[in-house]
Write a protein that binds this ligand. Structure first.
Ligand code: MIC
Ligand code: SF4
Length: 644
């Protein structure tokens, strides 16, 4: 039996476990990336692990999220990360160099290698045939220290692409179609591989748009083959020697196959407030819009922005629309500046931002009240834009650009004949904004620079014998990490300060939650399906840890968040019978008797007693040998320290 692309990479990196679906596999990690909003914590954790020099082939730290710098906090974090990188062997991509996923694809990613990143959109690297996975900061810290990264062996999904996109229909429309078919939880426990004749019609930046937004399916990762198209992209980046061919075997077996005819696709939008709430632009109709934002790690490549510039050239943005554009990297920005496309964009009236995440994470450009904003980004969760009642639609750069001119939702196919924008034979690359670490012999003299807002990792304790605590919060289905630990310009500066940021935990759902949890001392949270979807931010586990959350009981979890809860020593429990969700109310007194002993004995089923309602609720605590030991120890940091 042949192997899929992902199975080939996993096999070549397998340190422990067997490649049977659902069983835990430990992988050797070749590369890591961090960004600044998760990076400070990840490097504090790396320091706590105590390994002097990273053991990966390449580790890169990017500064791209917290670049508004409305106070000293972010600048201090940047300086801290820069000094850690210099000392411990990590490359440092300076603020201004671009968004981690875009830059990593351009300059560092390699087909056939493994990459984990403390950001959920790390699978962007799958666009060049990497096995690139989003993870919590602590998992990245452990991998930098030479430890394995563990996943449960995913199912394999093959998406066969046939035909060719019509003019003005875009790679974004392909992934929106996949989201329409599979939903935001359809990819959980799966790796999505693309194949078929249609793959040959897609350039690397287009493939990367698709693998990037595979994160919104809840998938472990997404991957394209590495072929001649990949080779010419890497050659144009001056990195031909980093290329290798990689494709699935003819007789590879997939658990699920989906067929998509590219020629049948139309421009689409993910409507508020979920990336899988997909409609065609035609179905939405010519509704008035207020704002357009173009950029983010999904759609900010040279190709995307050249298409946007071609649409805007010689025109003026509609008087009722604000258009903001953030190129994905310095390379892209610079090339647009040199070839005149930037002038076309400026001339049309766009508001040009620095190359960073910006509005995607609510760092500026929040829309007006009830404002309809078309964005080329990947997430439209409620409130994420910084405007609580903002109506965010996720669209392609082509749909965004043409709509910014007309002031209403507009199908870009109305533009008529397509413009042909070939990828350059040579990108204008220059790594002058990437700082190499100090040589080993100088590392001891590098001083780590810590600002006053940088606080230590919260206190942990080994799992207690019994848990007798109330339910402090009950939430519904599809709770995102943006609900649990909101981001945005006001809260992001607190990412290095868990006591302070925890005061914002769950305030989107219930503004009194932090004070109530603190008053109760210790408590349990109850939730519905796909709890914790979205970001990899471990703050969505560390803030609850700080607020005394001992367990989270839900119908089902999103992958990265579940791993982050375990890493933080919080019990991730699922209802054996989903209907029992109705048997707990906020404020009920709950018990998990003999919980430590039962988990130590390897019991999967535990008893949750609702003492207020006098009900016994069976719950599942599915842990492997390793994750069991992590939970017993009180989290991955203690487990790793104890193992030393
Ligand atoms: C996001 O898009 O939600 C983020 C901000 O990039 C997060 C990381 C974070 O919260 O810092 C992610 O996707 O993991
Ligand atoms: Fe940055 Fe947005 Fe991409 Fe997250 S999704 S890495 S915030 S651009």
């Amino acid at each position: 039996m042949g192997y899929t692309i992902a199975q080939k990479i996993i096999k070549a990196h397998l340190l422990s476990g067997e490649m049977t679906v659902g069983s835990e596999v430990g992988l050797k990690i070749d590369q890591t990336l961090t960004q600044d909003a998760t990076g400070t914590m990840a490097y504090l954790e790396f320091e706590a692990i105590g390994v002097p020099r990273v053991k990966t082939e390449k580790s890169v730290a990017y500064i791209d999220h917290n670049t508004l710098q409305t106070g000293f906090e972010n600048a201090d974090d940047h300086r801290f990360i820069q000094s850690v990188c210099k000392k411990h062997g990590i490359y440092f991509s300076r603020p201004g160099n671009g968004i981690c996923h875009q830059v990593h694809l351009e300059r560092f990613g390699k087909p056939g290698k493994t990459l984990i990143g403390s950001d959920s959109h790390t699978p962007t690297g799958g666009g060049i045939g990497m096995l690139a996975i989003g993870a919590g900061g602590l998992d990245v810290a452990v991998a930098m220290g030479g430890g394995a990264y563990y996943i449960s062996m995913p199912k394999m999904v093959r998406i066969n692409l046939s035909g060719k996109l019509q003019p003005w229909v875009s790679a974004k429309d392909i992934i929106l179609e996949v989201l329409r078919i599979m939903s935001v939880k359809g990819g959980v426990g799966k790796i999505i591989e693309y194949g078929g004749e249609g793959v040959k019609t897609l350039t690397v930046p287009e493939r990367a748009t698709i693998t990037n937004m595979g994160a919104e399916l809840g998938a472990t990762t997404s991957v394209f083959p590495s072929d001649e198209i990949t080779k010419s992209f890497m050659k144009a980046q001056g990195r031909e020697e980093d290329w290798m061919e990689l494709s699935a075997d003819e007789d590879a077996v997939y658990d699920e196959v989906i067929n998509i005819d590219l020629s049948a696709l139309a421009p689409m939008a993910a409507c508020p407030h979920s990336p899988d709430n997909v409609k065609t632009i035609e179905e939405i109709g010519p509704q008035k819009i207020d704002q357009v934002c173009i950029g983010s790690c999904t759609n900010s490549s040279y190709l995307d922005l050249m298409r946007v510039a071609a649409i805007l050239k010689g025109k003026t943005v509609h008087p009722d629309v604000s258009l903001a554009i953030a190129p994905g990297s310095k390379q892209v920005y610079n090339m647009l500046a040199k070839n005149g496309a930037l002038a076309d964009i400026i001339e049309a009236g766009a508001r040009i931002l620095e190359c960073a995440c910006g509005p995607c994470i609510g760092m500026g450009q929040s829309p007006n009240s009830k404002g309809i904003s078309l964005r080329t980004f990947n997430r439209n969760f409620e409130g994420r834009s910084g405007t609580r009642d903002g109506q965010i639609y996720l669209v392609s750069p082509e749909t965004a650009a043409v709509s910014s001119l007309t002031g209403v939702f507009t199908d870009p196919r109305t533009l008529g004949e397509a413009v042909n924008i070939p990828l350059p034979e040579k990108f204008d690359y220059n790594d002058n904004m990437v700082l190499a670490p100090a040589p080993v012999e100088e590392m001891d003299s590098v001083e780590i620079l810590r600002g006053p807002n940088i606080k230590p990792y919260p206190e942990t304790a080994p799992l207690a014998e019994n848990i007798n605590v109330p339910c402090s919060l009950k939430v519904g289905d599809n709770i995102t990490t943006d609900h649990i630990m909101p981001a945005g310009a006001k809260i992001l500066p607190l990412r290095s300060n868990i006591p302070a940021i925890s005061q914002h935990c769950f305030t989107v759902c219930d503004k009194d939650f932090p004070s109530r949890a603190e008053r109760l001392g210790e408590s349990i949270i109850v939730g519905g399906v796909n709890y914790g979807q979205g970001s990899s931010r471990e703050h969505a586990a560390l803030a609850p840890l700080y607020l005394g959350i001992k367990a989270v009981v839900v119908k089902s979890f999103a992958r990265i968040h579940r791993a982050n809860l375990i890493n933080a020593g919080i019990l991730p429990l699922t209802f054996l019978n989903e209907a029992d969700y109705d048997n707990i109310k906020e404020g009920d007194d709950l018990s998990l008797p003999n919980v430590r002993q039962r988990i130590a004995d390897g019991k999967v089923q535990l008893l949750l007693i609702n003492r207020t309602q006098g009900k016994e609720i069976p719950v599942l605590c599915e842990l492997s040998g390793r994750t069991k030991d992590i939970i017993l120890a009180g989290g991955l940091l203690d487990y790793t320290r104890n193992a030393k």
